[in-house]
Design a protein around this ligand. Structure first.
Ligand code: MCA
Ligand code: AMP
Length: 500
């Protein structure tokens, strides 16, 4: 049996510590062994038990940590496509995620089982709880070709419902190897993991890179600034990766704690070999404040679910605030103008387009959307950038309907569709409004049905049952009509102005 490279490397890392929490730690051997037990149990309980899942979709709702890695690798080793579900998803969102990619099975821990058992029964898919899985029932697991599909991650965007981004093992491997090389990952590294595990920032940049390198991941159930600061002041970490909102929150906390505590936390930060920011624009002011406080120059990089990481400031060399640097190893970048020509000179804005082995295979079941997202083999990111003195700088996005809040990519259209389901709402427009902490904050202008009223707090509670908390509009306005142009079309820039 030939193993996937990530698993083979884990076998070689053997008795090193792969993951730790405040109570337990697990070696690479333990993770590999557990993943083979889970793989065998998946194959035994598949709708048609077989020796290979052959790219069937297997979803899982498992918190970050030992169980998460063993489950993801278990699905891969059984030949399936791993589909991580969001811990903050509502039942409706879970149902959509399971149905839209035709999952044959869903796995969960015992603790999270109540969130899935009724749903799985209702939609008629197997639900396997991993805790009771014991000995492996199989000597052999299938050999997995690297060109097989490995993972589906949902990404929100220019369509109302999220699309499932399908990546292959080869693609994931390329994404990992590029970062290992560019950011000098090594077996002596230790990194905290507190980001959600249904997006690539947590899955690839942190978890998979660390495990590829033989490094140690310290798992936190969520981002808790006090818990992180305690460990930073104990010099626990060599590498740190977070979204800009987290740096803003850490600056606020650093400014509010006692001088002695602050000195010890800053000591820990200043000794790290690498601190990275990404998933959303890092304001220049935050970049500078962080350097002033800790002496660390944050390395800002740019990526996307469909392509992994594409651009990065250098590990050695100038890390320029406000810029996302240069193409990562193995990634080809071009800027594409409105005139359909590749931009050849600096200081001219164009869409970032990407080519390379890092690029995803398809949007699951959406052949048309997949086709439209490529031009001559280049993936169209929808992000606009400019090349300035050799470094790329992001200027914005081509679609106003994509909102980035707290590092999450949100679809204004999805939130609008949810609001429109409310019986009192007749029309609405959702926009992202600039916000110092969250980057953008979700705002909704709402027109009510005739003779209807609604309490905004009630509306928020109503949304809470339908969409994840981070998608719920923080700001809402009831208006008589939405701003429109001469053709009667809603003008979102004018909607944004309503909140300024
Ligand atoms: C939460 N709150 C918000 C938002 N989210 N308010 C405004 N806008 C928001 N987006 C409110 C809550 O309602 C609550 O308010 C209070 O803030 C605290 O909420 P909580 O959820 O506890 O916040 P947190 O735990 O501090 O979370 C902040 C966070 C989280 C850690 C920054 O948003 C996060 O993990 N973001 C990372 C997402 C990520 O990994 N993205 C990567 C995607 P109240 O107290 O009033 O109820 S991958 C990607 O983008 C690409 C590929 C890339 O390049 O990486
Ligand atoms: P996602 O679909 O969640 O993978 O989000 C990808 C999007 O995040 C990109 O298309 C960009 O719009 C945004 N993004 C990621 N990193 C950066 C960055 N450093 N600066 C600005 N935008 C970023």
């Amino acid at each position: 049996m030939k193993h996937l490279r990530l698993i083979q490397r884990a076998i070689e890392h053997g008795d090193r510590i792969a993951l730790s929490t405040d109570r337990e730690q697990y070696t690479y051997n333990e993770v590999v062994d557990r993943s083979s037990q889970i793989a065998a149990a998946i194959l035994d309980s598949a709708p048609t038990p077989s020796d290979d899942l052959a790219e069937s979709r297997v979803a899982y709702l498992v918190p970050a940590g030992f169980d998460y890695v063993a489950t993801q690798w278990g699905i891969w080793r059984a030949g399936g496509i791993a589909l991580p579900l969001s811990l903050s998803a509502t039942e409706k969102e879970l149902e959509y995620a399971l149905a839209a990619c035709d999952s044959c099975m869903v796995l969960s821990t015992d603790e999270l089982a109540p969130r899935l058992s009724g749903l799985a029964q209702r939609i008629g898919i197997n639900h396997l709880v991993i805790d009771p899985i014991a000995e492996s029932s199989r000597d052999q697991l299938p050999t997995i070709d690297p060109d097989r599909a490995a993972m589906i991650l949902y990404t929100s965007g220019t369509t109302s419902k999220p699309k499932g981004v399908v990546t292959t093992h080869a693609c994931i491997e390329q994404q990992i190897k590029s970062l290992i090389q560019a950011w000098h990952w090594n077996a002596d590294d230790c990194i905290p993991l507190f980001l959600p595990m249904h997006h690539i920032h947590g899955i690839i940049n942190i978890m998979s890179c660390a495990l590829w390198a033989g490094a140690k991941i310290e798992v936190h159930p969520r981002f808790d600034v006090d818990a992180i600061f305690k460990r930073v002041s104990e010099d626990a970490y060599t590498v740190f990766m977070a979204v800009p909102t987290i740096y803003v929150k850490m600056i606020e906390t650093l400014e509010s704690i006692s001088p002695s505590e602050r000195d010890s936390v800053i000591g820990g930060f200043s000794k790290m070999r690498l601190m990275v920011s990404g998933s959303a624009a890092l304001p220049v002011s935050v970049h500078r404040q962080w350097t002033d406080l800790t002496g660390q120059k944050l390395l800002e990089r740019y990526g996307m679910t469909e392509i992994g990481m594409a651009l990065s400031n250098p590990y050695q060399g100038q890390r320029r605030p406000g810029s996302v640097g240069l193409p990562l190893p193995g990634v080809e970048i071009r800027l594409y103008g409105d005139d359909g020509q590749t931009i050849q000179s600096e200081d001219v804005a164009g869409e970032i387009q990407v080519r390379g082995a890092n690029v995803f295979r398809e949007y699951y079941g959406r052949a048309e959307a997949t086709k439209e997202s490529f031009i001559d083999g280049w993936f169209r990111t929808g992000d606009v950038a400019v090349l300035e003195k050799g470094y790329y700088r992001i200027l914005g996005r081509t679609s106003i309907d994509i909102i980035k809040s707290g590092g999450y990519k949100l679809s204004a259209l999805e939130i609008e569709a949810t609001l429109l389901d409310h019986p009192a709402i007749c029309q609405c427009a959702v926009v992202g409004v600039a916000d110092e902490t969250w980057g953008e904050c979700v705002a909704a202008a709402i027109v009510l049905q005739k003779n209807q009223t609604v309490e905004l707090d009630d509306l928020r509670s109503w949304c809470k049952e339908r969409i994840s908390a981070y998608k719920i509009p923080r700001r809402m306005l009831i208006v008589d009509d939405l701003p429109r142009n001469a053709m009667g079309k809603v003008t979102k820039p004018d909607v944004t102005k309503l909140f300024q």
